[in-house]
Design a protein around this ligand. Structure first.
Ligand code: SAH
Ligand code: MG
Length: 212
């Protein structure tokens, strides 16, 4: 938690809760410690998506399919989501949940390592959501920039990593490499000529980048 707990609690008690399958998946994630996006991050993605009206979305890190099912709401009619996951159990849970949500024609779960898969993809996307393997974000970036349409958005989750990114005192030893990589990543995002980036301190930290 990188924000004051009382503020997070207030926000979470105030914004409208999800119902149906999203509420069920939130329950499942809580019980089974699956790190799905937090409610305030989910709302931010929904609002950005309403403005952008993407036809094609790419996600790295499907887990149980929660964020993919959420993002299906912001797709243009006929739009599609590709989402990459490397962990077999998550792949089957996600496919099951996506089917249950009636979205199997809309969301395509791609099994594999996000970097390997991205290097093979030759499609273009209007929105790319990174929520996997934080230490690999710097390697994802050239692929993401190549695949993102002008006017598109890159949303990167967990970029403040429990606050460690902003304060050395919070860094635990075994996380030093990830912290260094995330700092490099944020610096690349903010200094990239093709991108306009801000970093929002909600959830675990979200970077939002617009491709010019
Ligand atoms: N986006 C999901 C949560 C993703 S949690 C949601 O909000 O609903 C992160 C997921 O990324 C985990 O399921 C993990 O198995 C997967 N992951 C981590 N590194 C990966 C990689 N290099 N390639 C593909 N998936 C990866
Ligand atoms: Mg995340």
């Amino acid at each position: 938690m990188i924000c004051y707990d009382f503020i997070n609690k207030y926000i979470r008690d105030t914004i409208k809760p999800n119902s149906g399958i999203l509420a069920e998946l939130e329950e499942y994630a809580k019980k089974n410690h699956v790190p799905i996006i937090q409610p305030e991050v989910a709302r931010l993605i929904l609002i950005l998506g309403r403005l952008l009206k993407p036809s094609r979305i790419l996600e790295a890190g499907t887990a149980i399919g929660y964020s993919a099912i959420l993002m299906a709401q912001i797709l243009n009619p006929g739009g599609k989501i590709d989402t990459i996951e490397r962990y077999d159990l998550m792949i089957s849970l996600a496919r099951e949940n996506i089917k249950k949500a009636g979205l199997h024609d809309v969301i395509n779960v791609i099994a594999g390592d996000a970097l390997d898969v991205m290097q093979c993809l030759d499609k273009k996307y209007d929105m790319i959501f990174l929520d996997a393997a934080k230490g690999q974000y710097p390697e994802f970036l050239p692929e993401v920039i190549r695949m993102l349409n002008p006017g598109g958005l890159l949303i990167s989750d967990n970029v403040l990593y429990k606050g460690m990114i902003a304060d050395d005192k919070l860094v635990v030893r075994r996380k030093i490499t990830i912290v260094k990589r995330l700092r490099d990543y944020l610096s690349s995002l903010c200094n990239n000529e093709e991108l306009e980036t801000t970093i929002v301190p909600i959830g675990d930290g979200v970077a939002i980048s617009y491709k010019k």
